[in-house]
Write a protein that binds this ligand. Structure first.
Ligand SMILES: [Zn+2]
Ligand SMILES: [Zn+2]
Length: 409
């Protein structure tokens, strides 16, 4: 990321009374902030905590704390977990969100509108600044990471992966990393937006993770016209799916689409952003001679209706819809898997109460995934696993209940 550091220099170079007036204002605001926090390190005002006073006064809102948790407008159940840091001295005032310095005039403008004892208002306005979320869908992040890795130093792409970004969803899914334009300014373009102008261009990314297309990868569709500034953009990078006719006989025919699914395999209570894993999901659709649809993900039956297909018998939209479904990955954490395997193999020796508990679990040995080049096998599922994950999640409702306390009767 290019850091353009002209801002501070301008202030120093351009002499005159204006500067000393600004500096005086900063000194007063700074004194006000220190007094508001009680002048003690660790003192707080709202969600802000005083970290240091001299030589630079530093106030910080811990990651995801209070107002530093920002809900996405585009995906309303996702929140970005952010850290806000304000550094203020006699001649500069700097805001960092997730350790990225906010460039441009935004912070300067807020300061210049702040009265000399307006520390409280300043803090409120800064924490209200909305971040740019970039494009944080795990498939996009994973595909772009791979594309950047392959292209090495002279990347032809105009975007990068920001590994500092963490998003959480109420569905229990955690997003590690986000794709940003190289011109990302880290602030959303307005109070009702999720992204900066540069990052809205990411909507024209088309990722193709279908293994049948030869090379799973990333393509930039030439749809610049769709991302004209000013246009409200609520779309996400689009997915392409490639299917093949697998079997056909008088009973019907089946279509197959193997796709890469990316997920995080750390446990919900101990999230580890680096534990990104991938698995190949075989999406299979069988259509009988009576036009009944049977759907499988990795050879496991998924029960759901397709009313649209029943009404119009359009194959294309049906296949696109199925390609968009995600497999429930259960809990593939390696250590927990080993323990669960052991316990389930020795369940006969347990007291009946414990046996009851382990009746809810099963170990799925067919689940194969890769993490950091290593292949791993197995995941823990609820015995009532629905195979298809909930929307915006990598887990189904039944497997999610394994996180809840279980009552013994
Ligand atoms: Zn951006
Ligand atoms: Zn499940």
């Amino acid at each position: 990321m290019d850091i353009d550091d002209n801002e501070g220099d301008d202030t120093k170079d351009g002499g005159g009374d204006m500067i000393s007036e600004d500096n005086e204002r900063l000194q007063r605001i700074r004194a006000d902030l220190v007094s508001l926090t009680g002048g003690k390190i660790g003192g707080t005002i709202g969600d802000w905590e005083l970290v240091s006073i001299e030589p630079v006064t530093h106030l910080s809102v811990r990651a995801g704390y209070g107002a530093a948790r920002k809900l996405s407008f585009m995906q309303s159940d996702v929140a970005a977990i952010l850290k806000y840091d304000l550094y203020i001295s006699g001649d500069f005032c700097e805001l960092c969100i997730n350790d990225h310095k906010i460039q441009g005039n935004t912070v300067k403008d807020i300061v210049s509108r702040t009265s000399q004892d307006g520390g409280l208002s300043l803090l409120y306005q800064l924490i209200s600044l909305r971040p740019c979320f970039g494009s944080f869908g795990p498939e996009v992040v994973e595909t772009v990471s791979q594309a950047l890795e392959l292209s090495g130093q002279d990347s032809k792409y105009h975007f990068t992966v920001d590994t500092n970004f963490i998003g959480t969803s109420s569905q229990g899914r955690t997003y590690a990393g986000t794709v940003r334009s190289l011109d990302c300014v880290f602030l959303a373009q307005s109070r009702v937006a999720d992204r900066c102008t540069a990052c809205t261009k990411l909507d024209s990314l088309v990722i193709n993770r279908s293994l049948l297309s030869g090379e799973a990868g990333i393509q930039l569709a030439n749809s610049d016209s769709e991302t004209e500034t000013g246009k409200v953009n609520t779309s996400k990078p689009s997915h392409q799916s490639v299917w093949k006719l697998d079997t056909t006989d008088e009973q019907g025919c089946s279509f197959l689409c193997p796709q890469v699914q990316t997920f995080n395999c750390s446990l919900p209570h101990a999230f580890d952003g680096s534990a990104q894993a991938t698995t190949v999901v075989h999406h299979r659709v069988e259509i009988s001679d009576t036009l009944k649809v049977k759907l499988e993900l990795c050879g496991k039956l998924v029960t759901r209706d397709f009313p649209q297909f029943a009404a119009d018998h359009q194959l294309g939209p049906l296949l696109d819809r199925v390609a968009g479904l995600r497999l429930c990955v259960g809990y593939p954490a390696h250590r927990l898997m080993k323990q669960a395997r052991y316990i389930l193999n020795h369940v006969g020796r347990m007291i009946p109460e414990m046996r009851k508990l382990f009746k809810h679990y099963s170990v799925d040995e067919d689940f194969v995934y890769r993490i950091g080049g290593e292949e791993e096998i197995g995941t823990i599922r609820s015995t009532k696993c629905k195979i298809e994950s909930e929307v915006g999640s990598d887990i189904c409702a039944a497997c999610r209940t394994l996180q809840q306390p279980i009552e013994f009767q």
